[in-house]
Design a protein around this ligand. Structure first.
Ligand code: GLA
Length: 701
């Protein structure tokens, strides 16, 4: 059975992608409308509802696959354009379609008057119950067109209300926390206008009818692969119809589409599960590991990292890095990363960004001796960079004050004492690619942490013609992608970590270029349980950088045990940023043992299925379970957050095991059937404040 079929008599396409069935049709008026998005219906009948009263639009208009601003359309459009002669009315009709190798459907729409086309692309990924969709707007006319809004597409949900919307919200040091609210009427908008994905909202939204929970019920999801300004609009229109549109934010956006040019939107990922939020997350995680992550490192385990930031801050030099490297190697670190502070004039965040040579006072012999030392100790060397920004107090800025976004004669607002380089300019792009390429060519570097520590302001590009001015929001992101793609091509061995003051640029577009992310600057192991829980709603643990840092925590002043800090961080891609030279012998030994243990179970965490058994949001306990795809091994992370009155936490019922297999419970030496572990459960075995444990299970085959 092909994944995409077309039934000519009814003019219906059916895309079947695992559990997700997506059905669209050509209406009598040649509009292309959505018939169904959800569980399998096969080729659904064409349900019509013509408006009977004035002011009441037909369902056909309300369920359009790619609505435009034009005719009798009043809801959020996907496309808003200015056509030649000042015409701002655009009405798209079906003109043709193509099914490419049974893998992709392209439906071609065209404006009723002008040669403006919208190609709608749909690509099913049946293994993951996912459909990726995007649009390409083509100007085949002889005069330019201005795009004022060009979203990626819409998710048209089954009619009814209320719908519950679940999304990830937060701020710096408090990213990706789960928020749920019922939508009854009106418009709910999540967006970023900051130039990057943002800490405040992440471009993902989940929808259910209120009945879904972690493991049961229908959940729809949409995610956007874009690392700049974006918008997600969930809007009720008539007849209890909720539509969700997603794409590049139209705020301050314009795109000049010259004759012959086209604009390709980022991908919008539609996902569906009837196994609750957990089921949806697991499909997404598998999809990301197999389809999104850069291929060259996708299958490799993420290494254990040491990062100098929370240990030395800006105070890095050849001597202290060498001493730390020795300790790092001793406890089992695989990549030793020097964070901020290594380049010329960088003693705090007031100066140096832009002058990307080793600071001669800190590294009189360059980076070579440290790199050699690190390599001799059996590790690879990694380095922090922030290529998109510049401190006004730098030689680069003194030489090229025109290389930043600015409006002439207006203030240049600084954030963290820095300005954003105008990557829309080809000379700036070449410069950035040039120095990064040199850095990686001249030094044996295996890991790059690419940071971005401010939001955009005064987004002027004085050299560009007026009609291109507002393209910067998109062009900047395209330039970042282009530079990263080129660096990856030239230096395929290097692992790239994405960071933007923590998790300010985590999204599926970035994940096509970054092997992992720095999840949050908040490294408090308790706060992290909340941030990490939300992160895993959308993104896989393999990409979730998590460090063990010193106590008291710099942000929360909380002092948690080394074991608890490790257990919290071991649920992602483990890193260490602690002053290893200040640890006692006993602590060094403890860290070494825990890292050794992590290496033993990391493929379960990084490649396994995640079951969020008990959310930290529910109170004084949390539990997360990872299971290998073959169900042969499992690691259960349990956290007692508060204890009192000697009360024991209830048994936790595990998931994802083979009911008939016997599992050896490590530590306890017992063997128990999967059915017992899932239906009766296990005693978490931890009580008290901030106590944790990992229960490891291996199936006897
Ligand atoms: C950001 C990152 C940190 C660290 C600092 C360095 O805040 O999120 O991990 O790299 O920059 O300045």
């Amino acid at each position: 059975m092909p994944n995409i079929s077309f039934e000519p008599s009814q003019k219906i396409w059916s895309i079947s992608s695992g559990k997700l069935n997506y059905v669209l049709a050509i209406g009598d008026d040649l509009s292309v409308i959505n018939l169904h998005c959800g569980g399998n219906v096969g080729l659904a009948g064409f349900q019509r509802y013509e408006g009977r009263f004035p002011f009441e639009p037909s369902l056909q208009l309300l369920r359009e696959e790619y609505s435009s601003f034009g005719g009798l359309r009043f809801a959020e459009p996907c496309l808003k354009v200015e056509l030649p002669d000042g015409v701002r009315d655009c009405v798209l009709k079906y003109t043709g379609h193509e099914i490419v190798d049974s893998r992709e459907l392209i439906v071609v729409l065209k404006d009723i008057g002008y040669d403006l086309f919208a190609d709608l692309h749909y690509r099913p990924y049946p293994e993951f119950s996912v459909v990726a969709r995007w649009a390409e707007i083509r100007n085949a006319g002889s005069r330019p067109v201005t795009l004022e809004e060009a979203l990626s597409g819409a998710l048209t949900l089954p009619r009814g209300r209320p719908w519950r919307m679940t999304y990830l919200s937060g701020r710096w040091a408090g990213e990706t926390r789960v928020v749920q609210e019922e939508l009854w009427a009106g418009k709910k908008v999540l967006e970023s206008r900051r130039g990057t994905t943002s800490h405040q909202y992440n471009p993902v939204a989940f929808f259910d009818r209120g009945g879904a929970d972690e493991e049961e019920g229908e959940v729809w999801g949409c995610l956007l692969g874009w690392s700049g300004n974006w918008k997600c609009v969930a809007e009720y229109v008539e007849h209890d119809q909720l539509r969700v549109e997603m794409g590049v934010n139209d705020f301050d956006f314009r795109w000049h589409l010259a004759p012959g040019e086209s604009f390709k939107t980022p991908k919008m990922i539609l996902a569906y599960s009837d196994d609750g939020f957990g089921g949806l997350s697991r499909s997404l995680h598998r999809f990301e590991r197999q389809e999104i992550l850069p291929r060259n490192h996708a299958a490799e385990p993420r290494p254990v990292i040491f990062n100098s930031w929370e240990t030395l801050y800006f105070n890095v030099n050849e001597e202290n890095l060498k001493s730390l490297a020795e300790r790092a190697a001793e406890i089992g670190v695989e990549i030793f990363v020097v964070d901020d502070g290594w380049f010329r004039g960088r003693n705090d965040d007031h100066a140096g960004l832009g002058d990307w040579e080793p600071d001669p006072k800190k590294f009189p012999r360059g980076l070579g001796p440290v790199i050699e030392h690190v390599k001799k100790l059996g590790m690879r060397f990694g380095i922090w960079v922030e290529p998109e920004n510049v401190n006004p107090n730098s030689d680069l800025y003194r030489r090229h004050p025109d290389w930043v976004y600015n409006f002439p004669g207006r203030p240049r607002s600084e954030m963290r004492n820095q300005l954003v380089l105008n990557l829309c300019r080809s000379d700036v792009r070449e410069y950035v690619l040039g120095w990064l390429d040199r850095l990686l060519t001249e030094n044996d570097i295996g890991f790059v942490k690419w940071d971005m520590n401010r939001n955009f302001s005064e987004p002027g590009w004085p050299e560009a013609p007026g009609e291109r001015q507002r393209e910067i929001w998109v062009r900047h992101v395209q330039a970042v992608y282009e530079i990263l793609d080129e660096l990856r091509r030239r230096h395929p061995d290097v692992i790239f970590e994405g960071c933007s003051g923590g998790g300010g640029r985590v999204d599926l577009g970035a994940m096509e270029r970054f092997d992992q992310f720095w999840t949050s600057d908040n490294t408090d192991a308790l706060d992290r349980l909340f941030i990490q829980e939300g992160y895993t709603y959308a993104y896989c643990a393999k990409t979730m950088g998590a460090w063990v840092t010193g106590v008291p925590n710099f942000l929360t002043n909380r002092s948690l045990s080394l074991e608890f800090r490790f257990h919290s961080a071991m649920m992602g891609a483990l890193g260490i940023s602690i002053n290893l030279l200040e640890l006692s012998r006993r602590e060094v030994e403890e860290a070494r043992t825990l890292i050794e243990y992590y290496k033993k179970i990391r493929y379960i965490v990084q490649e396994g299925d995640l079951y969020r058994l008990v959310s930290p949001r529910t109170g004084c306990f949390a539990a997360f379970q990872f299971v290998t795809p073959d169900r042969g091994e499992s690691s259960v992370f349990v956290f007692s957050l508060r204890g009192g009155f000697g009360k024991r936490h209830p048994n936790i019922r595990l998931r994802g095991l083979e009911p008939d297999l016997l599992y050896v419970v490590e530590d306890e030496g017992r063997s128990l059937p999967g059915s017992y572990l899932m239906n009766f459960g296990v005693d978490p075995g931890v009580i008290g404040d901030f106590k944790s444990r990992i229960i490891h299970l291996t199936a006897k085959r």
